[in-house]
Structure formats: C-alpha cells, structure tokens
Design a protein around this ligand. Structure first.
Ligand SMILES: [Zn+2]
Length: 201
C-alpha cells in the first residue's frame, strides 16, 4: 500500500534521529565533562586501592566514573533484587520525563566498605565523626547490595519527588545521593523521615 522504498529509508532516518537523541541524553556537556565512562566500557584500575588489594570485583568505582543499570559490573549486578526492580521501574518512568539515572556507587564488598571506613577515620580523626559519613562494613546497606549513590542532581531531585512511588527513599539528610528501597513505601505513604546522618542508624 505504501511505496516500498520509503519505509526502509524512513526507518533509517528515524534510527539516526534516535541515536542522536540518545547521544545527547548520554552526554549533557555541563554534567559529564569530567566523566570518562560510556555504558559498557571498562572501568579504570583503581590507582589508590592496589595496596589494599581491592578491585572492580569489590564493587570499586573509580572517581569520575558513572555506572548505569546496564553495566555488567559487580557494583550493579550484585544489587538486591527488590532494589534493582524498583530502580528499573523508576528509571523507565524518569526517562519518560527526560531524566537518566547514573550511579557513583552500588554494591560494595565488606573489605571495600571497611577500607572506606578506615580511610574516613584517618580523614575525620575519630570513629565517631567518621561514622557520620561512612558506615562500618557490617552496617552498610551497600555491602548487602541494598543501596545506590546517585550521580546527578536531576536524578536526585526526581527520586525525591517520585521515588516513593517505587519504594525508593533518601535515608540520610546529609547524603542527598544515597537511596535505598524501603519495603512498604508507596506514593501514598511517602518516605519515612530522614535520619540526620549515617551514625543515627
Ligand atoms: Zn551510599
């Protein structure tokens, strides 16, 4: 019924336009100028973690690298099923509104979490002060795969407005980027009151 040549050409034109849109979404210039990762690219070896024996297998994500839900690395693939499902559903909804999710951290091994805590103790001078920012290995939801750290402020904003619909909540008032799946939370209930910082629970 339609001219047979036009359909493949039209499809090609649509595909080119779509790829253009994707490329635009993937690299908003201002946001990602420091960023070196494309989805699926390998993650640079951690320069300062070699002596600690920690690698990508520990969930290490190099500074400046942003992960997506499509990345096949332990930081993403070891996320808990309920968090992963909530993020997948939320990401679809966010994308419809022009917001893409990316992450600076997801699952971490206990060894990596302990390393971060020990470094924080050095930096902040005491375990008490360090624990306001970094949880011990046996307390962190990152170690179970139950938490992600969101990379961009527009994704944080979106999750704060609409995340409850998917059970996704910011847990600590001082960690705008840290989200967990909270069972039982929905759009009606909203998220529970935020804890002051990670030392509060
Ligand atoms: Zn976190």
């Amino acid at each position: 019924m339609r001219q047979p040549l036009l359909r493949p050409l039209a499809r090609l034109a649509l595909a080119v336009a779509f790829i253009g849109v994707l490329a635009g979404c993937a690299t908003p210039a201002a946001d990602r100028s420091m960023e070196s990762s494309e989805p699926g690219s390998s993650i640079p070896a951690p320069p300062d973690l070699g002596s600690a024996g920690l690698t990508e297998a520990d969930g290490y994500v190099a500074p400046g690298v942003w992960l997506t839900l499509d990345d096949d690395v332990p930081a993403i693939t070891n996320l808990e099923d309920d968090l992963r499902a909530a993020l997948d559903a939320a990401a679809l909804s966010a994308r419809e509104r022009g917001v893409e999710f990316s992450f600076t951290n997801g699952w971490r091994s206990a060894a990596y979490q302990q390393y971060l805590f020990d470094r924080a103790v050095e930096e902040y001078g005491s375990e008490e002060e360090a624990s306001r920012w970094v949880k011990r290995a046996d307390e962190s939801r990152h170690v179970t795969g139950g938490a992600v750290d969101v990379a961009t402020s527009d994704a944080m904003d979106w999750l704060n407005r609409f995340g409850a619909e998917f059970g996704l909540c910011q847990i600590y008032a001082n960690e705008l980027w840290h989200f967990e799946h909270v069972p039982g939370v929905d759009a009606e209930s909203g998220c529970p009151a935020q804890l002051t910082d990670s030392s509060a629970g």
